[in-house]
Each structure stands twice: as C-alpha cells, then as structure tokens.
Ligand binder design. Structure first.
Ligand code: IVH
Length: 663
C-alpha cells in the first residue's frame, strides 16, 4: 500500500472506523448485514495497513483492537465459564508458516496439528449436567452470551442426553449452521428472502419463538470442549465428543507438518461446492493440549490455533475511472477501472458496469470505494458503492452521447438497457485494427488472435491499442474457456511485445497504404518516431518507393487528433527499441549491408531473422541483385539461391549467419 500523508491517513482512518463499526453492529448485534463479510474484511484490512503506517494513530477502540458485538436484550444473559474466543486469520501458506515461527519462539516442543473444516455458522456453548442438556448460549461478546437453550433443543444433532462414559459436568462448544438443502428449501418457501446461511442460522437461533428454529432445521457440529476430559490431544477430544453423541466433522485430520496441510486445504477448496454445508476455511490447531494451553491467549484469540481462510470472492477498492467500450454489436459497455485488488487469487483492475441503468442503481462515481465481486471465472462486477466513503467533490457519472471510438451519435433503443453506436462500421473497424496491431508482422503477440480479441472487445476489456498492455491474468481468466496457464503466457507475451522495433510499430498502427516495406523504409530513413511524426508532406513524398498517396496518408495520420491521442496513450505503455542503444553494437558485418533470405531457417522465423539483421544496422531485401551483399540460404533454398550464384553474390548458411550475429 502507498504511504499516505499523516493528514490523509487520519481522515481515512476516521471514515473507515465509522463504516466498519456500523457494519459490525449490524452483523454481530442485529444479525443483519448490508455488505458481505469479505467486503467488511477488506475494509478492516485497509484500516489495519494504514494504522501500521502510523501506529500512533491506533486507539483502544479501533475495530482492529476490539472484541466484537454486544448481546441484544430479549434473552437472558449468560456469563461464560471460559471466554469464547475467536481465531486469527491467515490467508496464504506464507502467513501460515509465519504463525508456526511465532509459536516456535514460545515453545521448543515438536508441534503436531489437527486440521478442521471451518463451518460457516455461529458459535454456541452447550452445558450438560449428569448427561442432560441444561443450558446453551450464543457467543455474544465472548464473555457474556444469550441463553438460547429452548431453541437449541430443537436441533436434532445436539444430544439432549449424552451417551457413553460422560463426565458429571460437561461443556461443549461448536457451530450451529444451516445446511445448503435447508437453506434452499427455506428460501423457496419464503420467496428468496435470505441472503446467506450464516446470517439465517444466527437469526433463527435468536428467535423468541422456538417453533421457528424447529421448522427451519438447524444443525450442530462440535469442535471443542471446555471440560478437561483427561486426554492429551485435541483430536482425542473430538473422538470423545463423538462418543458422547456430538457430530464432529468427518473431514478433520491430524498432521505432523504444515506442508501436508497445504494440499488438504487445496483439496477442501476443490470439494467445497459439493459439501452439504457452507465453509469459509479450515482451522488448524496445535494437537497437544498441554502445548496448546502453554501457548495461551493473545488478545481475543488463542495462539495455538488459526483460521486458514479461503480466498475471498469480494474486496473493496477505488474506482479510478469509468470508460465506455464498444462491442461487436455496437453496444456500449461501461467499464470501471479500479485500483488493482487481489480477489480469489487474481488481480482485478476492471469490473463491468453493464449499462447506464446499473450505474444509476449503484450510483457509482469516479473516486468511489466499491465492493467488487469475482467468483470462479466470471467477469468481476461491482455489487455495491460505499457512499459514506465518497470524496466530497464527486460528480454523478454522465453516460456519453457520442461514441468513444468513432464520435458518432449514441442511441438507446426503447425497451432496451444498452446504448448503441449509430455507426454500423465503427466496432468492426476497431476490431480489424486490433487484429492487425497484434498480427505477426505487427507486434507479433503469440496467442492473441482474433477470437480472443473479439472476446476482449465484447467484454469491454479493450478498445484501443494501449488497453492491451493493461490486461491482467485475471482479465483473461474471466473469459470463457481460458486456462490459467495460457493467461500467464499471454501476459508474458504482451509484456515482451511492449519492447518493439520502430518499423514494426509503424506497420502495426495500420496507417492506410503503409505495408511492411514502407514501414521499414520510413523507419530506416527517419530513424525515430518523433521525426516521422513531424515530417512535412514534402519530406515524405521524396522517399524511395513512397508515392503521393502514401505520403499523404502518413502525413494525415499523424495530424488526426484522434489517432494522435490513441498513439500517445500507446506510447505510455510501450518502448521503441533504438538499434543504436539496444546493446547490439552496429557491427560492421551488418551495417549498411543488404541481405536476402531464402529457404527455411531452422532456428528463426523469417521475421525474426529480418529483425536480427535490422537491429544490427543491416537491410533486408526481397530480391537478389548485384548490390546484394549476402544471401542467407536455409533448407530448400530456391531461385534466389540460383540467382545469387549467377551474380556471384556471397551465399551463407544458417550456421554462418548465426556466427555473424554473435560477432
Ligand atoms: S476452533 C478458540 N473449529 O470460527 C476458538 N472454530 O473464527 C475455537 N468455527 O468462533 C474455535 N468451525 O465459531 C473452531 N472447526 C472449527 C470451527 C470453528 C467454525 C468458528 C467458530 C469460531 C470462529 C472463529
């Protein structure tokens, strides 16, 4: 994160704290929420990072320092015999290893672990006397919860009478949750009222009328026991609890090192959708109870356990710009350009805003902090605008009335949400230009063919040349049928293509009548883009092989305000290789010499070989004449070889050519 000035940090901290407090109150006290947990976590994380920059701005009541929630009135309060703690989160393997390192500073005992599935429900504590369930309570603020005994009684997975060899007094902790099947059935019965099963379970357990929880069929899974059962390991506690009649998760497992837990974690992520209940991570706990107890508690969480959370599918970030892109059908798609943010393992820097109505619904503006959602391989979108975090001088977004690609009029058809460019040729031309730009003789971006360009344009990811260089792996992954590996490769290819020889750039721009040969001629003669741009018509007309029409076309291109704007945007993203400075010393073998290629080379494509020659100051010509210095002959060399022999021009093999390049 960028270092903020102290003043900016102070203002942002104040706003974030108010916002987080508001959502925490809704979530923990009212069992209600306006933004997702992931979005709230993202705000907390931002606050945490800013506070790290200015530790003197941390206050005791900051959300980063506080234990969550107060119980609301309506149920009898219960003071817990032992605090109901929460867990610290880790989000990747490195953070998990750092957790272990911290433990190693406190204890030198060998650590073994119990890995558990982290149920997405609410924590409760259950008290048994002489085998009978006598009281159950919610977590509340961790110290005092609410007596929800009657509601818990309705949950069939909670035993009312213990089995086996139970102690006289027993206190068990675990998670109350709603299965996917029950959640879906409830939503079906009540017209899709419920947004997520965690909140629904929490809301259900706090109903004053136990008939409601009874009808909704909640479930319970045990994960801890306050009572000393005389065993050594946490995994044994689970076993004993099962013996007493409590369900414990069948996916839980013991491990001797963290390296084995990583594949377990990844496997659970893969199977997550198929499990009958919602989970939001795994819990890793030091298995030896004496070590766990020795490690103790720091703040509100035990040191000996962590929650290894799954990658969140939502995060908050800032809208830096809103741009409109023209798709294949001429439909205009507004796209939010975002401050890059990690979501579910990839960097998101763009989100679709769909259409004008959606922008109005969200009331999203440049400068706004928004909640971005990305699930699996779908295109990220904005689900919410956090208006309280809006900068003072923000202005509502106005949808353009002229096409950003061709300046034609934009119309919205009645009964449709989309705006269209009224110029039928607009988007087609735009796409053709992009195909040409990345083609073999242009930037030669391998893997970026017309099909992918079509998708990128249609999804609103690119409209001009410059946009190509801003594409991220996440953008590609969100396209249909796109593998992670090819996304990585494509981003690499694009990066490599951003260093480009002048003649390739001139060709790629797609100036009318300017083919490869002309591009090479004018690049060789002028030597820099600046000189080509400022050339007068008369300078261009006198070039060899450049007629009046071609000269006029080049001249007009660089005086077209729209083209120049696009070019300048592109120049921010690329750098033109200057053969003089590119590290390839203009070697005497090549400088000013004329080469002709014939036959197939095994280690170079034709174009690569040509570039190698040009970079060293040589020229490439397509036909052999008396002025040709060298003919490079590959496999199956044809008539050019014969002609070279006839004219007495020196013929070299691919190997000799390679030796030339090394000199
Ligand atoms: S162990 C010391 N194990 O996650 C706290 N917690 O983020 C003992 N949770 O408040 C927690 N599944 O409500 C543990 N297998 C599991 C869990 C689990 C869900 C919840 C629990 C806790 C929260 C902490």
């Amino acid at each position: 994160m960028k270092k903020l000035s102290k003043e900016t940090a102070g203002e942002r901290i104040k706003k974030l704290r108010e916002e987080i407090d508001y959502h925490r109150y809704l979530y923990h006290v009212k069992n209600n929420q306006e933004i997702s947990e992931a979005a709230l976590d993202s705000l907390k994380h931002e606050l945490f990072l800013i506070e790290q920059q200015y530790p003197d701005l941390i206050t005791a009541n900051s959300p980063t320092q506080r234990v969550a929630g107060k119980p609301i009135s309506g149920f009898t309060k219960v003071k817990h015999s032992q605090s109901m703690l929460s867990l610290n989160d880790v989000f990747d393997f490195t953070e998990l290893q750092e957790w272990k390192k911290r433990l190693k500073k406190i204890t030198d005992k060998k650590l073994t672990y119990y890995a558990e599935v982290k149920m997405d429900g609410l924590a409760v504590t259950l008290i048994y006397k002489d085998g009978q369930f006598i009281q159950g309570a919610t977590r509340g603020d961790g110290k005092v919860g609410e007596d929800v005994t009657e509601n818990l009684r309705t949950i069939e997975s909670i035993p009312l009478q213990l089995r086996g060899d139970y102690p006289k007094q027993l206190e068990v902790r675990g998670e109350v949750y709603m299965s996917k099947v029950e959640f879906d059935a409830l939503n079906k019965r009540e017209g899709g009222k419920y947004a997520n099963p965690r909140n629904t379970a929490a809301g259900t357990i706090r109903q004053l009328d136990p008939k409601i929880p009874a009808a909704r069929k909640l479930s319970f899974m045990a994960y801890d026991c306050v009572t000393d059962l005389g065993v050594d390991l946490h995994s044994e506690v689970h076993q004993r609890l099962e013996d007493f009649g409590f369900p414990s998760n069948e996916n839980n497992q013991t491990y001797t090192n963290l390296e084995e837990i990583q594949p377990y974690y990844e496997n659970i992520i893969k199977r997550r959708d198929k499990l009958p209940y919602w989970i939001d991570g795994i819990v890793i706990i030091v298995d030896m109870l004496d070590v766990y107890n020795e490690l103790g508690v720091a703040g509100k969480a035990p040191r000996g356990a962590v929650a290894y959370k799954f990658p969140a599918e939502q995060a908050t970030t800032i809208v830096e710009d809103i741009q409109v892109q023209v798709g294949r059908t001429g439909a205009l798609t507004p796209v939010a350009h975002l401050a890059p943010v990690q979501i579910a393992g990839s960097v998101v820097s763009r989100a679709t805003l769909h259409n004008e109505d959606e922008i109005k619904r969200l009331d999203v503006r440049v400068g706004d902090t928004v909640v971005v959602h990305k699930a699996g391989d779908i295109i990220p979108d904005i689900v919410q605008t956090l208006v309280n975090l809006r900068p003072k001088k923000s202005k509502a977004y106005i949808f353009p009335t002229i096409c950003p690609a061709c300046d034609s009029e934009v119309k919205r058809k009645p009964e449709e949400v989309a705006h269209y460019c009224t110029n039928a040729g607009c988007f087609a031309q735009e796409k053709e230009r992009l195909y040409h730009f990345v083609s073999k003789k242009g930037l030669d971006i391998k893997g970026l063919g017309p099909k992918i360009i079509d998708q990128l344009v249609d999804e609103g990811f690119i409209s001009g040349f410059a946009d190509i260089f801003k594409l991220t792996e996440g953008d590609f992954e969100s396209l249909e049928r796109f593998a992670e590996k090819s996304a990585t490769n494509l981003v690499k290819e694009i990066k490599a293509a951003s260093n480009i020889l002048l003649h390739r750039l001139i060709y790629a721009l797609g100036i009318r009548h300017v083919g490869e040969e002309t591009a090479i001629t004018i690049s060789d003669i002028f030597g820099s883009l600046e000189k080509i741009r400022s050339a007068e018509l008369s300078d261009l007309e006198v070039l060899p092989d450049v007629g009046d029409i071609v000269a006029q076309s080049i001249y007009s291109y660089f005086r077209d305000v729209k083209q120049v704007k696009l070019l300048d945007k592109l120049l921010v993203e690329i750098s033109i290789i200057d053969p003089q400075k590119s590290g390839y010393k203009q070697s005497d073998i090549f400088k000013g010499k004329s080469f002709v290629l014939t036959g197939a080379l095994s280690e170079f494509s034709r174009d690569e070989a040509k570039d190698q020659i040009r970079m060293r100051g040589g020229k490439v010509s397509s036909s052999v004449s008396k002025t040709t210095n060298y003919v490079v002959a590959g496999e199956k060399a044809g008539s050019k070889f014969d002609k070279a022999m006839k004219l007495g021009v020196k013929v070299i093999s691919e190997q000799e050519f390679k030796d030339f390049l090394k000199k």
